[in-house]
Write a protein that binds this ligand. Structure first.
Ligand code: BV8
Ligand code: ZN
Length: 255
């Protein structure tokens, strides 16, 4: 018959840990959306954007100083996310909640590909490209249906104005120096403290306080699986490092 063993042979102890886990936390980063064609955060500076440092643009100061440049960058990223489709990693994660006693999905990503893959409860630690709001009064803003006119080469785009107070509309993401949505981060911490397995997928583990969650889980006795094609700061802390792409590894892991 056809050999239907997963392409990737995982350590038996890892497979057992996943099978026996009561509560799994999965922490996803931009690497999970990479195979959907959404540039990872540190690769989001391709083409004309490459002359900018993402950490420079993803700040309230940058928006204050040049709202049209920052809005143009986010509209380009939103357009890329709208054009993208969930990949096998997102689909495998959506399927995990069906056969695990408890899965808490925590993402650093600002796209909605987990939701579009069928994950129904997604904790967004860094907000969303799809929930813009007024920078002055906080009122949420509805995007027009049609695709953003892609600022092909990173053209400046004037942000829309709030219909209530005429303030500038800003992206619904958490910028560097801004605090994370309290409820989301509290829920993520709770889950990390109570899980018995945390799977960190597709993140460079550089941005805090999100990057602290795997350490918090370990400090509370959880085991830690990292899935990433590259080495990260988490390597020395993971119980298992699975080197590979999320879209290859996750479907094999949950097969
Ligand atoms: C806060 C939204 C204070 C915007 C983002 C010095 C030391 C420590 C901390 C700090 C410091 N100086 C400043 C800080 C704090 C700062 C921080 O951590 N800075 C870092 C850079 C040092 N943190 C903050 O400012 C946070 N806020 O601390 O507030 C405060 C406290 C109390 C009260 C008030 C204020 C806010 C952080 C949130 C910033 N916003 N995103 C936007 O997206 O534009 S973070 C940004 O980076 C991304 O959104 C993403 O969420 C995050 C992490 O990126 P990754 O997801 O890891 O993506 P990356 O590209 O880095 O890596 C991709 C990985 O995937 C790679 O490892 C790659 O190998 C892998 N990969 C590639 N392909 C695949 C793959 N993996 C699997 N499969 C594949 N196919
Ligand atoms: Zn307003």
């Amino acid at each position: 018959g056809i050999d239907n063993r997963p392409a990737h042979a995982f350590p038996a102890a890892l497979v057992a840990a996943l099978r026996e886990a009561r509560h799994v936390v999965l922490l996803s980063g931009a690497g999970v959306s990479a195979e959907s064609g959404v540039p990872t955060f540190r690769d989001a500076m391709t083409g004309l954007w490459s002359r900018f440092d993402p950490a420079e643009l993803a700040t309230p100061e940058a928006f204050e100083r040049d709202p049209e440049l920052v809005w143009g960058w986010y509209e380009w990223r939103r357009m890329r996310a709208l054009q993208a489709q969930p990949n096998p990693a997102h689909l495998a994660i959506a399927g995990m909640s069906d056969h695990l006693p408890q899965l808490t999905l925590v993402t650093q990503n600002v796209d909605d590909l987990h939701e579009r893959a069928g994950s129904d409860t997604v904790i967004h630690l860094h907000g969303s490209l799809h929930q813009p709001r007024c920078a002055t009064c906080g009122r949420s803003h509805a995007f027009p249906d049609e695709m953003p006119n892609e600022p092909e080469g990173g053209r400046r785009l004037p942000p829309p104005r709030c219909t209530r107070c005429r303030g500038l509309i800003r992206p619904g993401v958490v910028w560097f120096g801004e605090s994370l949505p309290e409820g989301a981060f509290y829920q993520a911490q709770e889950a990390a403290e109570n899980c018995d397995l945390l799977i960190s997928v597709g993140t460079s583990s550089l941005v805090y306080p999100a990057a602290g969650l795997p350490h918090l889980a370990k400090a509370h006795g959880s085991q830690l699986i990292q899935i990433n094609p590259q080495p990260t700061n988490l390597d020395g802390h993971a119980t298992w490092n699975v080197v590979g792409a999320a879209g290859q590894i996750l479907p094999a892991l949950v097969a």
